[in-house]
Design a protein around this ligand. Structure first.
Ligand code: 5GP
Length: 138
């Protein structure tokens, strides 16, 4: 399947759609998920085009996973979490809805369930959570 350069995350990367940005480096970009399944749920994406893990280059995968690890530490610190969940879906049958490679990073606490999918964030709360993560990144 071809990469669609007008997918939502490509538009976010080009600054055509706003996002609550947390971090970027030369190869990767991180922002809050607009429908967080846990407080601090963020998305890590490569800056260059690929649909998902199946067509990503080794360089895209390694840069993105390096940032996933960094964000895992940051969200755990920001939310005083006991664990971190990383999710990544490939193609529609694999649960993917936005076709630009992304990793979900979610801080987790014992006994606290995820919210159901599709619950839109309260934007002022999302910004507060983003501030905590940015502070934890240093
Ligand atoms: P997936 O493709 O892994 O199934 O999920 C895509 C994720 O992107 C979902 O968790 C959804 O909440 C998030 N998402 C979809 N549209 C937007 C958007 O416009 N902005 C942000 N920040 N997140 C989005």
């Amino acid at each position: 399947m071809a990469y669609d350069k007008d997918n939502i995350f490509a538009k976010i990367l080009r600054g055509e759609i706003p996002c609550e940005k947390l971090y970027e480096d030369e190869d990767t970009f991180v922002f809050m998920d607009i429908m967080p399944r846990a407080d601090g749920h963020c998305l890590v994406i490569p800056k260059t085009a690929c649909r998902n893990m199946l067509d990503a280059t080794p360089a895209q995968l390694s840069a993105t996973l390096k940032t996933v690890q960094r964000m895992g530490h940051a969200v755990m610190k920001a939310f005083d979490a006991e664990g971190v969940m990383v999710q990544q879906f490939n193609e529609a049958a694999g649960g993917q809805e936005v076709f630009h490679l992304h990793y979900h990073v979610l801080p987790r606490h014992d006994g606290i369930k995820l919210r159901p999918p599709g619950t839109m964030a309260d934007f002022s709360e999302l910004k507060d959570h983003a501030d905590k993560i940015r502070a934890a990144l240093g």
